[in-house]
Ligand binder design. Structure first.
Ligand code: NAG
Length: 420
């Protein structure tokens, strides 16, 4: 399906550009007095010209919970608002018709495994989620395709298909293994959320109480994990990570980081949100905070509006800079959404709202929509090129970091033992 053709926008100052391709309307800077419809038309024109990239969507976990990963009667290209169990679930906000209406150019699908699986079958569950994301995408080839690079996002944007990408949430899915990390990259995973709601033996999360004093933040092995992600060209995602972990990563990483779905702690004081000191140091790293639409992160309550999302965006813009903010709504992983942003079809409404504010230029809105994430991704790919001569890490997690926590694992016998 192609992006909807838009009616011409008849408002105020048109942006002067070179000859444009086809009949696409040009983005315009509407007057702050423009009607909602005019601003929405202008927002649609802007997102037609420049890609919107969302950092986090949990649909794949709902496919696990609702369908046990059985896709025989599931069609992502169809209208899920009319189908059980999706129509009844407060966690369901996504299908391809709505992604197209929302003008989403690229979606990072979260490959999530619960913390309860840590030290158990976490890698199996993770591979099954990658399998289901790939099968889901493959069954809608006219609407979406898996891409593995920033260039792939732009190619699909030109073609009018949603670029699908995968991010692993969280690091417990790596089972402390550099080999698993590299295999995930080969499968197409392009970011790793270091933790979910549990500490791993090498990284502290924000929501499980402080880890023991000698493992605040990243351990030395955790730092090696970051260097290996840099070498591979895998983005490091700090949503869910503790402040200690985030600061350690910012000191360690050669590449910019992302927060795939977080908000500003200054506006809602919870561990899960990004504190000001990290926001103000983000520009040095070149990374990005992609704003979550979860009401509990926006207002610390059960109700939020588009203006609350705008407030978080503006706060990150003022603390970090306009080059370091993006969108990671977290649809399908949240059960309460802001009024006016009820599902993935509604992103243009956010841009229509931002167009009321003359301090947002069209170019800055394009950065927010996707250009900032593209810049981060491109830099991460460039770091990969720069590190091509570096050998893969052969580090193994220190045994004392796992031996009591992970008793049920295969233990190698001495190399001298006979294998017959
Ligand atoms: C999925 O739904 C779309 C839109 O209704 C339809 O065109 C397509 O044929 C369906 N695919 C399958 C395999 O049924």
């Amino acid at each position: 399906m192609c992006r909807a053709t838009l009616v011409a926008v008849g408002v105020v100052v048109a942006v002067v550009r070179g000859s444009s391709v086809g009949a696409s309307p040009l983005p315009v800077r509407v007057s702050t007095q423009a009607t909602h419809q005019h601003r929405l038309d202008a927002a649609r024109a802007l997102l037609q010209e420049s890609p919107l990239i969302d950092g986090h969507n949990d649909l794949a976990w709902n496919v696990r919970m609702f369908l046990h990963n059985k896709l025989h009667s599931f069609n992502l290209s169809s209208d899920l608002t009319k189908q059980k169990p999706w129509m009844k679930s407060p966690f369901s906000h996504t299908d391809l018709p709505r992604l197209h209406r929302g003008q989403v150019a690229a979606q990072f699908w979260s490959v999530y495994v619960p913390c309860e699986s840590q030290y158990l079958n976490t890698v199996q569950l993770l591979l099954e989620q990658i399998d289901v994301v790939k099968r889901m995408i493959a069954s809608s080839p006219g609407d979406t395709v898996l891409v593995r690079s920033s260039a792939g996002i732009m190619e699909e944007f030109q073609r009018g298909r949603v670029a699908s990408l995968m991010g692993v949430e969280g690091g417990h899915g790596l089972a402390n293994s550099m080999g698993v990390l590299r295999a995930l990259y080969d499968l197409g995973v392009r970011y790793i959320t270091l933790t979910h709601k549990c500490h791993t033996p090498w990284a502290e999360c924000s929501q499980a109480g402080p880890s023991p004093p000698n493992t605040r933040g990243l351990t030395p092995y955790g730092k090696e994990m970051i260097r290996e992600m840099n070498r591979l060209g895998l983005m490091v995602d700090l949503s869910h990570a503790s402040g200690h972990t985030a600061r350690d990563v910012l000191r360690t990483s050669h590449a910019p980081v992302i927060f795939s779905h977080s908000a500003a702690r200054a506006l809602c004081d919870i561990e899960r949100n990004v504190p000001d000191d990290i926001l103000s140091s983000l520009a040095v790293n070149g990374g990005i905070v992609m704003i979550s639409f979860y009401t509990n992160f926006l207002t610390c309550g059960e109700v939020a509006t588009i203006q609350d999302v705008v407030a978080h965006i503006n706060h990150v813009r003022s603390m970090a800079g306009v080059d370091y903010v993006g969108l990671g709504a977290g649809y399908d992983g949240i059960n309460r959404t802001p009024e006016g942003l009820e599902d993935v079809s509604r992103y243009p409404e956010l841009f229509a709202e931002l167009l009321r504010d003359p301090s947002w230029s069209l170019q800055d809105l394009k950065k927010l929509a996707g250009l900032n994430l593209l810049r981060v991704f491109q830099r991460v790919e460039q770091v990969r090129e720069e590190l091509l001569a570096v050998m893969p890490s052969e580090d193994i997690i220190p045994i004392h970091d796992i031996e009591t926590r992970w008793p049920c694992r295969y233990k190698f016998a001495s190399l001298n033992d006979a294998r017959t």
